[in-house]
Design a protein around this ligand. Structure first.
Ligand code: PTJ
Length: 267
């Protein structure tokens, strides 16, 4: 039996269990760092409070992210173990729609991981994968982890970098280098969420297909229209709204003492 479907679809947490099992399997393939499981657990906790659905403010951030990527001259999608395990196909599609390059960039550069992630991306249809086979030859002094090793054709030269599920240090470093940073992070209080230019506070599993669709839709707009979307976007507002949603749900829960179904699941 497939590890990802031994639980019935009727189980109330079937999707969450399926994702956990996919991640566990990818520890074995080396795609996922062991710490990736901890990161996922933290994300799940925030998702639970958020209501496990894409909020209106996350949708706003998705639109802005698509516009920023389409306006970019040298956009790059930075791929770590968690996002490769969870949404390789959508990363490849986003790269195709926006013209962004795919680059493997890891916090835990352990032997065999780069190759395993490259394989997952190629299986998902990627034709070019940067940051592998010794090509991460440039060094970003502003970053203080293994993430500082980047591909000179990719993140090093990029004007816009998409860094889903990121640790705060690199986001700050990339911003200091004058790059625009887009992230997906369920924790609106993380340093990455706070420092990025566009923060999508949503589960990457829900956000990525929406981002691909939005980029496909916005591709029809002219550059001035795209610029209008970017200029009207306020990341601080989006973060406040995300925290407001969490606060509201926690308050309702604590006052009524009952579980509040997310909006999408209410009849
Ligand atoms: O593959 P590597 O070696 O590059 O390592 C990747 C991880 C994710 C382990 C590494 O970047 C890391 O340790 O990240 P942090 O500092 O734990 O930050 C990850 C952030 O992503 C946290 O704020 C989590 O709440 C958030 N997060 C976790 N899972 C999801 C998520 N956000 C959106 N969707 C998720 N599924």
């Amino acid at each position: 039996m497939n590890e990802e479907n031994h639980v019935s679809r009727k189980h109330p947490r079937a999707e969450s269990i399926r994702i956990r099992e996919r991640l566990t399997r990818h520890v074995k393939t080396r795609v996922l760092a062991l710490a990736g499981l901890i990161a996922h657990g933290r994300g799940e906790a925030f998702d639970y409070i958020l209501g496990e659905e894409t909020t209106p403010s996350a949708s706003k951030a998705i639109t802005a992210a698509a516009a920023v990527l389409l306006l970019a001259e040298r956009p790059v999608l930075s791929v770590n173990g968690n996002v490769a395990a969870l949404c390789a196909r959508e990363l490849v599609e986003l790269s195709r729609v926006t013209g962004a390059k795919l680059e493997v960039n890891l916090f835990h550069r352990l032997p065999g991981r780069e190759e395993a992630i490259e394989e997952v991306l190629r299986e998902a249809g990627a034709e070019e994968v940067l940051g592998v086979e010794g090509s991460a030859l440039a060094r970003i002094d502003e970053v203080f982890s293994d993430r500082r090793r980047v591909d000179p054709r990719g993140i090093y030269a990029a004007d816009v970098v998409f860094v889903p599920l990121e640790d705060g240090d690199r986001t700050e470093g990339l911003i200091r280098m004058g790059k625009r940073v887009i992230t997906v992070d369920l924790n609106p209080m993380s340093r990455t969420a706070q420092f990025a230019n566009v923060t999508i506070v949503d589960n990457v599993v829900r956000a990525m297909p929406l981002l691909v669709r939005e980029a496909e839709r916005l591709r029809e707009l002219c550059r001035n229209e795209l610029r209008g979307i970017v200029d009207a976007f306020d990341n601080g507002e989006v973060l406040s709204e995300a925290m407001g949603t969490m606060e509201l749900r926690l308050r309702a829960l604590s006052e009524k003492g009952v579980y509040i179904e997310p909006r999408s699941r209410r009849a």
